[in-house]
Design a protein around this ligand. Structure first.
Ligand code: CA
Length: 224
């Protein structure tokens, strides 16, 4: 699930962004309403974390505009305004949940998980193909019942391949996924990580389609 964090307090945004990523969420950050609107209208996010005090527009006004065209996008409001009236106003204008600053990041993650479960897109699911089983919440991989250690990047690449099983992922697509997750990517990084991944997986689990990319055969069952 791709989360868009709209927050102009940069130190807070950086810390949140980091926490979201380490919880396995794909997160993007923008610091003003205009950029948020652009990202939402181009359908580049599945959930919004919205600060109300933005430099170019009040967050509630932004929410109202978003709701004109998108009634289903889950929105969690973050704000220093903690009066009851503000909460009611936010929920009236279509927010799904509300957190008053300062808040505990674990509380935020817990609320996001609730929204995620409601959406049925929980990343806490386990993807199983053959005897390969990846838990995308705990980042645990087991192969034939044995636990296998993965680096962060290996986990991310394997997750994409499993989620897109049966489809070919080009090196560029995988590279851009790593960028999206905020990873530094060297020019041959994908090849290197795939090489390491292969040693940890059953033989021929990841296929190379020469000159095109990589794929994993589709025999997926996803359990929440
Ligand atoms: Ca603010």
């Amino acid at each position: 699930m791709r989360i868009l964090l709209v927050e102009d307090d940069l130190p807070l945004a950086r810390a949140l962004h980091q926490s979201l990523r380490s919880e396995g969420f794909t997160a993007n950050h923008v610091a003003d309403a205009k950029s948020a609107m652009l990202t939402v209208t181009t359908n580049e996010c599945d959930m919004l974390i919205l600060d109300l005090g933005l430099p170019d527009m009040d967050g509630l006004t932004l929410l109202k505009q978003i709701r004109k065209n998108n009634n289903t996008l889950p929105v969690l409001i973050l704000t220093a305004r903690d009066s009851i009236e503000d909460k009611i106003k936010g929920l009236d204008q279509g927010a799904d949940d509300y957190l008053s600053k300062p808040f505990d990041v674990n509380e935020l993650i817990a609320r996001l998980r609730v929204i995620e479960r409601r959406l049925g897109t929980a990343t806490s699911s386990t993807i199983t193909i053959g005897n390969v089983c990846l838990n995308s919440a705990s980042h645990q991989l087991s192969v034939a019942g044995q636990e296998v250690e993965l680096s962060r990047k290996e986990f991310m690449l394997l997750k994409v391949l499993l989620e897109q099983a049966g489809r070919i992922q080009s090196r560029e697509q995988l590279e851009s996924k790593l960028y999206e997750w905020g990873e530094e990517v060297a020019s041959n990084a994908v090849e290197v990580h795939i090489h390491h991944l292969r040693k940890k997986l059953p033989k021929a689990f990841i296929k190379t389609i020469r000159g095109v990319g990589y794929s994993v055969k589709a025999a997926t069952s996803i359990e929440s």
